[in-house]
Structure formats: C-alpha cells, structure tokens
Design a protein around this ligand. Sequence first.
Ligand code: SF4
Ligand code: SF4
Length: 672
Amino acid sequence: MLTSFEKVIFIFIIIATFFAFALPVFYRYRIIRSGLPEKRFDKLLKRIKNALAKVFLQKCTLKNERLFTGFIHVFIFYGALTFDTMTINHILEGFFENFFIFGQSNFALFFSFIVDIFAVLVLVAVIFFIIKRYIIRPKAYATTLLDSGMIYFFLIMVTLSYLYFEIFALANHPQTESLAFLGSYFSNIIRNSGLNASLLSAHLKISWWLHILIVFSFIAYVPHSKYFHMLTSPFNLFFRSHKPLGELTPLNIEKAEVFGVEKASDFTWKDFLDAFTCMECGRCQDVCPAFASEKPLSPKTIIFNLKNHLRQEGKKLIKNKKDELEPLMKGIYSEGEIWTCTTCGACTHVCPVEIEHIPKIVGLRRSQVLMESKFPSELNTFFRNVEANSNPWGIGFASRADWAKELNIKLISEHPETEYLFWVGCAGSFDEKGKNITKAMVSIMNKAGIDFAILGTEEKCCGDSARRLGNEYLFQMLAGENIELFKKYKIKKIIVTCPHGYNTFKNEYSRILELLPNVSPEEREDLQKIEVIHHVQLINNLLKEGRLHLKPKKENLFTYHDSCYLGRHNGIIDEPREVLSRLSKKKIVELKNNREHSFCCGAGGGLMWTEESLGKRINHLRTDEVILSQAEVAATSCPFCLTMLQDGLKDKENKEMKVKDIAQLVAESLED
Ligand code: SF4
Ligand code: SF4
C-alpha cells in the first residue's frame, strides 16, 4: 500500500513510537525494581491461573457491586484486544498490499464481523463513561479528568478512524468478502455516490495514515496515563497476596533499620506496582466507611498520591538517594487519613486489580508510632493500659477472671489436659456487654458438654488493636507472652468470641513464630497446628451435631451484621446465618451491605480506642442500615460490633430494636 518513501517514513515513526512508549515504561519498571524486596513468586501455577482468569474472563471487574459498569468495561477490554489485533494487521498492511492477518479463512470473515461489533460497543462504552464522568460526576471519578478525556478522545478517534479506513478499503476492493456490516453499508453508499477511483484510493491512503498516527499517538500516551493499568494489571493480579485479607506482615524489630514506612523508599516493589496499577475507578472509595462518614481518608487517594509521588521522586528512588526523599507524612499523607482507617478491608475486596491498601496505611502508622511517637493523644492511655495491665481499659490484670467467680469454670493451669482453651479476651473479661457474651458461651458449652478451661489471670490482650494502631513492638510483646502460655499448656484448640482475636491467633501468631528466639522448630510446628474456632462456628457445629437443643422457633425477624474480621477477612459468612435460621421461623432480612460487602461498625483497626472527632460517626451510618432493615433483633458475632451498634441505637433513641450477640440469642433459646 505504501510507496518506498512512505515505508521509510513509517519505519521511522514505528521506531519513534517504540521509544516514546518504552522509555517511560522502563522508567516505571526501574522505580518498581527500587522497592524493598517482597516474596511473591510462590504458588506459580495458582498465580498464573488466577491472573489469566481475572484478565481474560474479566473476573476482576465483574466481581463486585458495580456490575453494570463492569460489563461496560468488558466491552472496552475486548474492544481493545480486537483493535490491538487490527493494529498489527494495519501495520503489516502498510508493507504488504491487501494483507489480512487471518487470510481468506472463515475465521477471517467472522473476525471482520467482530471488529464492527466491538467498534459499536466501544463507542457505546465510551459515551457511557463520558456521561458518567462529566455529567453525573460521582465523587469516585473526581481525579484526572483531563487524562480521562484524553483516553476517551483516543478511544473514539481510534474507532472512527478505523471505520473510515475500513469503509474505503471495501469501497476500493468491492470483491472482498467481508461481514463488516458497518464497513459494507457505508462503502456501498460511497461507491454509489460516484466518487472516482483516484479519490477512492486517496481516501484509502489518508485513512490508513490517519488511523496509524492516532493509534501510535495513543500508544505513546499510554505510559503517562492511568490507562497504563492495561500493562500492569495482569502482573498485579499475578503477584496478588495469597494471605488472608486481615493478616499483617510482621516487622523484624531486631533487624529492621526503619520501623514502618517513613519515606517512599520504605515501601516494597509490590507497593509500587500497586500504585502504577491503580485505574482510579474509585470503587475502593465508594465502599470505604471512613470516606462515607466524611473523614479525610480515601483509599483511592492513598494510592493516587503514592503514584504521583513516585513519578516525581522516581529518579531519587532509582539512584537510591533515600536521604533526599521527603517523609511521606510531610505533604503526601495527613494524620486525618492514616488514623481514620478501620482496616475493614472493603477497599481491597472491591478493587478490580487487588491493590492492597491496609499494609500501606498500617506501615505509615508503624513509623509514626515507633519512630516519631506521633499518634492521637488518647492512644497514650490505650498503649499504657495494655502495657501495664494487658487490657485496653487499664483495669487491674488480677481481676481478669472476676466474671468467672461462682461459675465453677476450670483453669487450664489446674487442668492442662482440657480439650479446649476458652480464650475470653479483653472485652469478654472486662466490658459488661462483652461479659454477657462470655457468660452466654459458658452456658452453651456447658449444655453441650464441651470440655473447656480458661487461662484466668494469665491471659493477656491478643494484641490486635495495638498492631493495627502501628505499635508492632507492643503486639509482638503480647503475642510472645501468649505464645509462651500456649507452649506451656500444649494448647491444641482455642475457642474465641472475638473476630479480632480469631484473626490474630489464626493468621498472625503463626507468622511471628520465626521471630521469637525461644521457640524450637518442633514447638513451632505444634503451635502452627493450633485450631482456632470462633464461637459462631462452634455453635453451628454443635447444632448440626445435635449436641444443642433449642426451644421451638419463634417469630422473631432477625438481621445480621457481618463483622469485617469474621466475614470479609476470614470468610465466616454462612455459619451465623445458619444458626439464626434455627432460631426463628422467619427468614433473616439482610442489611443493605451484607456478607463480604458488609459495612464496618467503626471499631476495627484499633479505632475502638480513638476519639471519632472527624466527620460523622461510622456506627451511626451502620445503625441507619440496621434500622432500615425493620428487623426486631440485629444479631452480631463480635463484642466490638455489639457495642458500636448498641451505642448507635442509643444515640438515635431507638428503643424498639435490640442488638444481641448470636451466643446470647442461642443461650436464651436453649431447652431447659
Ligand atoms: S480498610 Fe476500610 S476504612 Fe481503611 S481505607 Fe480501606 S475501606 Fe477505608
Ligand atoms: S485502588 Fe483499586 S478500587 Fe481503588 S481506585 Fe485504584 S483501581 Fe480502583
């Protein structure tokens, strides 16, 4: 199609475009390489399968709430793949007259049809996004409007210029077999318009050049825009975390030079890859309880600001000039952002490209607490109380088992052969509402004949809040002491009533064993085998096994609030519903945000112990959902959630609705 002179120019354009694309990509690659090491090369087959499924079946965008938008994104994704194929064809067509990548086959005919289908779908999808972004203007889409505009412009121009070329290709070669319905329709009109052969041929040449120049400009633009996620997303999905969502990575306090994340150079390469993969869709922001309650935190902004910082400071990172980097808490992030995260995990759960927000926020907290001693003032009391008395309330540790007086409960120190350790927890030991859950569980376990004992005054705080508040030192101290007790009494099974304790024992204690000097490999193996059971799981199993008998079902209308650390973080979602279904004849009514999409009560991430002085109260937002359900009883499975929802109902002066833990509801229904 091209003359020799044009071919030379074209080759020059190909080389220029290659460098315009490759140099910024290489720059970003070098930034990513400069991050701290992190192991993400395990389970290779699983990683490949996951990434392929998420990319090619588009499970990434179809997995969450924005299903319609997800489908529209699918049009663009497959449209892009189709047009990428056609771009290769287009380039080769410049060198070889009438080249078609699929030859004269039936598939070639089919493909000509598919290209036109996707031309229509891409145009529809882009119009949808333009209306949404520039007319409806949701908060989630508020960033980089110009970049979005450029991408939409390129997508429209690539599609239209291709159709222009296709029409004149068919008009010039009417004998070509094609199912390109748009091209065929318009080429007939052109031919019937009486345009002479030389004009037809000129249009063909112009349309070819126009399309190639637009496509190549788009290619050169991609690394500078959020469309860069097209390149990085498959890798980010491949390197996704295989840990439970609620598990934090331990800090090696003995060896670490820096505690937590002070500067960008303290992030790992995966954190950098996350930043360059964010497509700024705002799904994470839409589901964030901190953002919904008008606090300064948006998980999207956390990632977006990191990306901008990396772009600006990339050279220093690549050259390892750490000293020249500004601390992130000076200008990049604010205290209001990092101290209002409940670590609920909703952001990562909905993120189509599985960006991990929590480790970044907790990393910043770690550096603030351990290096700068900067944290909300009320945490001074919290940390002191936990250090001195191993509980957040600061009540004397000697009274930890006072709730058990006159209940005739065994101490594990006196009965080390006992099957289950009943881990009572801080709320279960010291808080009135928590103690009600504890006592309900005791009556259930007694009824079912469970052989259990408690640690009594030997029990310490599990360390969940301290860890999420950035005080890794305090967490590891508490964990070390508790692990010593597990070793001493050869614990095999633990029952907990708090999802935070459940997550910490099940997912986190086993990870810090390697850092503890006095745990032998054999002991480590035994400790890693400890079975951790949440009370909802236990109750459900006991009911299924017929070891508990309930009074006949009542007509209560229940709703259920999924605790973030039980449901989303640890997948315990059906069990509480199964238990509730045995208590009432009526089907439970679900809250607006339910199951793995649950909305946090506001207490996670250690925020139970901070003043909620910014924005609205998160528990009020969740309580509104509870009230809206019109249920009579809202069931919970976490002492913190119970408190937050009861407080919410009290603040809203709602006396009709009740909030109770599932253990309390079951204990009330036990047959005499
Ligand atoms: S973990 Fe929860 S509170 Fe924290 S940023 Fe993510 S969605 Fe927001
Ligand atoms: S972090 Fe994920 S969910 Fe949030 S804006 Fe970026 S891509 Fe979207």
